[in-house]
Ligand binder design. Structure first.
Ligand code: R1P
Ligand code: URA
Length: 343
């Protein structure tokens, strides 16, 4: 049975459930922990206060696979929401939860990420206290470069046929790989001059209070040597726009990671959602406080990847810190929807 949705601008069903997350008012707490996977949401729900006998935690999985678990932590209502991956999914989570919660909200993301540079290292908790920058692949770069390639091929064809014309400028390849080797990330003079393969935004800030609470709680849980504060970068791909190289696609990204690190000495974490969370929180003009923390799963500078057996323990550590920070965060009109907040 498929529900009927009304309002093309912001669809909800007859019960007031949102289109993708499938929750309605009274089912979501103003303090939300957003995590990447359903498994992490279920794991961290074991940290919630034990529900009263006969009153299990509220749990709902939507048709799109978003899981919402609502209960209490240290007596305070909280929801844990699986957000899946990427900025569009974080957009659903922030907007659709905002629509079903009254009053000011606090949202913390606990994710996994790549550690970009020292002092961030494998297994650390990296806190985006300095905010986040967005990295997007700009398809125009390739559109212009492929156009240039075609133009030059035509010129060469004419030159061969009529003897009079020569390729106008340079190396005969729109990507500017004049050294004959792989494509370079930066080049000045090709057809696509002016376009860059990756667009990097200005930083968007995190909520200062929430980031400080996360830092204090994370330090209390894992110790100061394993918590690093800095800037986050969120990319629109796990691969190209995070500087992962390969031979199947022309990504022109071999120098991307190095350039990011050089331009942002405080850049510590690279993942796929924090930027969207902070950007929307900023645009809520105070109705949402937000911050992000990630477990460093990959060390991009050494190529080391965390052993999976260590991940669960780190998710629990990060989740404990995130829940403690969430319930300690001051929310202006402290109102809590009554209905099914795990009681
Ligand atoms: C990619 O593997 C996913 O892992 C990271 C990235 O942001 C992306 O979502 O975070 P999560 O572990 O929270 O999903
Ligand atoms: N998630 C990401 O998005 N990137 C990494 O390197 C690791 C986890």
């Amino acid at each position: 049975h498929k529900p009927t949705y009304t309002n093309a601008n912001f669809p909800t069903d007859v019960e007031g459930r949102t289109y993708h997350l499938g929750t309605k008012e009274g089912e979501v707490a103003p303090r939300i922990l957003s995590v990447g996977s359903v498994g992490r949401a279920q794991l961290l729900s074991t940290l919630l206060d034990p529900p009263a006998p006969g009153k299990p935690l509220f749990e709902r999985i939507s048709s799109r696979g978003f899981l919402t678990i609502t209960g209490r932590f240290e007596g305070e209502p909280v929801s844990i929401v699986s957000t899946h991956m990427g900025m569009p999914n974080m957009d659903f989570v922030v907007r659709e939860n905002r629509a079903v919660v009254r009053g000011q909200m606090a949202i913390v993301r606990l994710g996994t990420c790549g550690a970009v540079q020292r002092p961030a290292k494998l297994g650390d908790l990296l806190i985006a206290s300095h905010g986040s920058i967005g990295i997007r692949r700009d398809s125009d770069y390739w559109t212009l470069a492929f156009q240039k390639e075609q133009e030059q091929a035509q010129l060469q064809h004419h030159a061969a046929g009529h003897g009079g014309l020569t390729a106008a400028n340079g190396n005969g390849n729109g990507f500017g790989n004049s050294n004959g080797g792989g494509l370079s990330y930066s080049y000045g003079s090709g057809a696509a001059a002016g376009a860059r393969p990756y667009m990097v935004s200005l930083p968007v800030p995190a909520d200062g209070e929430l980031a400080a609470l996360l830092t204090a709680e994370a330090t209390a849980v894992v110790g100061p040597g394993r918590v690093v504060q800095g800037l986050n970068a969120s990319a629109d791909s796990f691969y190209s726009s995070q500087g992962r190289t390969g031979s199947d696609f022309e990504d022109c990204n071999a120098a991307l990671l190095g350039e990011l690190a050089a331009a942002h000495p405080d850049l510590v974490s690279l993942e796929m959602e924090t930027f969207q969370l902070l950007d929307l929180a900023r645009c809520s003009r105070g109705s949402i406080k937000a911050a992000g923390m990630c477990v460093a799963l990959a060390e991009r500078y050494s190529n080391a990847f965390l052993e999976y057996s260590r991940l669960e323990e780190l998710e629990i550590a990060g989740g404990t810190a995130a829940l403690r920070a969430l319930v300690r965060c001051r929310l202006s009109d402290g109102n809590t929807p009554a209905a099914s907040m795990g009681e």
